[in-house]
Design a protein around this ligand. Structure first.
Ligand SMILES: [Zn+2]
Length: 443
């Protein structure tokens, strides 16, 4: 089975910007990329009114939060978390399935083809939550890296979350390994890879951090956690452990090219250099950081130092959206505000973070660019509509102008969005279901 995508402008992600470009995919992989007269194929997508680029990669998310959008609209991270933990204690596999369907549908419609999800709320006695996430990604056709997250440090032991939402550490490790056994596929072209992901320094113990790192390395899977998101977190780490967040991670073996952190906002110069040197990734989440007033990531410094930097939408309770072109747009503008310089982050770099940068964080050498031998994951954005028609530099324009809804999205050589419509789910039904689930959870 071959698929041909024709584009007005093809951005390969390796420096190529080809007018009248095309991509030929065969059995889920890219066979050939070129411009001018295209080869024949079993299926042809005519996207000559679009810019085609590598499918976007979402490097940080909490999809269950789609069911709790709009809470604590003006709170800090810790205020917001304390208000939401009791609401999240009410989730089960059905809630997570409905919320993930909404989050994934929205991501696909924004051109995202590969996403992680950091799920760390497993209320006692509610089975099937992790399975619901994996099944929903299969149903919608999204390439997926689910994180088995965890919380074990409750309020009575000096942590932030209430004791009712934390789990026993042995149970966490056993369940994490069971999910790796069941769902992790390490092969090139994989549609599902499992990640080990304790939630944060203020919601798990140092012992669980260390044991999680040992488990991940024994099983050859990646590690992910929140780090250096707010100054409250920095104060917590200094007061409880006498260490800055990055120092704490170093102590626990949580640094290296198999680790990526969400946020990395509050880093000093030495930490920026260290993260770049060891190839630890940073998932920059500009909308969430701005929504919670967390601060502005030193994204341009990280990029300049040679760090791996991807973009994440973060959970939709701290963003109210799951739109990666929006994050590229926000990353570009926020970097310029932070540094008072229009050259802090250019549009092509912002798109690289949203594609190749995220793929590097997730350890996917087979994703993030459009080249022969890579996964056939493609996003096409319409540029003949009112929001974009006539823009001079289309690649810059797509980052500076209103973020576009994707016109065509291909994952693993399969068309999942055509003419701006999701083919693998009923968008209106998904919206009705999430409205009902959100109001039920609100009580
Ligand atoms: Zn997060």
């Amino acid at each position: 089975m071959t698929l041909l995508v024709r584009a007005g402008l093809l951005v390969t992600g390796t420096g190529g910007e080809l007018e009248n470009g095309w991509i030929l995919a065969s059995d889920g992989m890219i066979a050939e990329v070129g411009s001018g007269p295209p080869p024949a194929a079993d299926e042809v997508i005519d996207a000559r009114h679009c810019v085609a680029m590598p499918g976007l990669v979402n490097a940080h998310d909490h999809m269950y939060q789609w069911a709790t959008r709009g809470y604590v609209p003006d709170g800090t991270l810790f205020e917001w978390l304390r208000a939401l933990y009791p609401v999240w204690a009410g989730i089960d596999a059905d809630t997570v399935r409905v919320a993930a369907r909404a989050a994934m549908a929205h991501l696909l419609l924004s051109g995202c083809t590969l996403s992680t999800d950091h799920h760390y709320v497993f209320p006692h006695g509610r089975a099937g939550i992790f399975e619901a996430l994996v099944e929903t990604a299969r149903e919608l056709g999204l390439r997926f890296h689910p994180c088995r997250g965890s919380m074990s440090l409750g309020e009575s032991n000096g942590g932030l979350p209430p004791d009712t939402v934390v789990e026993d550490e042995d149970a966490i490790l056993a369940h994490t390994e069971a999910m790796i056994d069941r769902f992790h596929d390490p092969m090139p072209g994989s549609m599902c890879r499992v990640v080990v992901a304790p939630c944060s320094p203020f919601s798990v113990t140092p012992e669980l951090m260390r044991d999680s790192a040992s488990l991940a390395r024994r099983r050859g899977v990646r590690l992910h956690t929140h780090l250096a998101e707010t100054l409250d977190e920095e104060r917590f780490c200094l007061e409880k452990f006498g260490r800055r967040p990055v120092e704490l991670m170093e102590d626990q073996g949580w640094i290296g090219d198999d680790v990526w952190y969400a946020h990395g906002v509050h880093l000093n110069d030495a930490e920026v250099d260290r993260i770049a040197e060891v190839k630890t990734g940073i998932a920059h989440c500009p909308s969430s950081n701005m929504r919670l007033g967390a601060g502005a990531c030193r994204v341009e410094d990280l990029v300049r130092a040679g760090a791996r930097v991807g973009l994440g939408v973060d959970g939709s309770a701290s963003n109210e959206d799951a739109n990666l072109p929006m994050e590229a747009h926000q990353a570009l503008l926020l970097a310029r505000v932070r540094s008072s310089s229009p050259s802090a982050l250019d549009a092509r770099t912002a798109w690289r973070l949203a594609t190749q940068g995220g793929a590097e964080c997730l350890g996917r050498e087979d994703c993030g660019t459009l080249e022969p031998g890579k996964c056939a994951d493609i996003a096409c954005f319409r540029v003949d509509d009112l929001a974009h028609a006539g823009i001079k530099d289309l690649v810059a324009g797509l980052a500076l102008a209103p973020p576009a809804r994707a016109q065509t999205v291909v994952v693993n050589g399969r068309v999942v969005v055509r003419d701006g419509q999701l083919l693998t789910g009923d968008e209106d039904q998904i919206a009705r279901d999430i409205a009902a689930t959100s109001s039920r959870l609100a009580g």
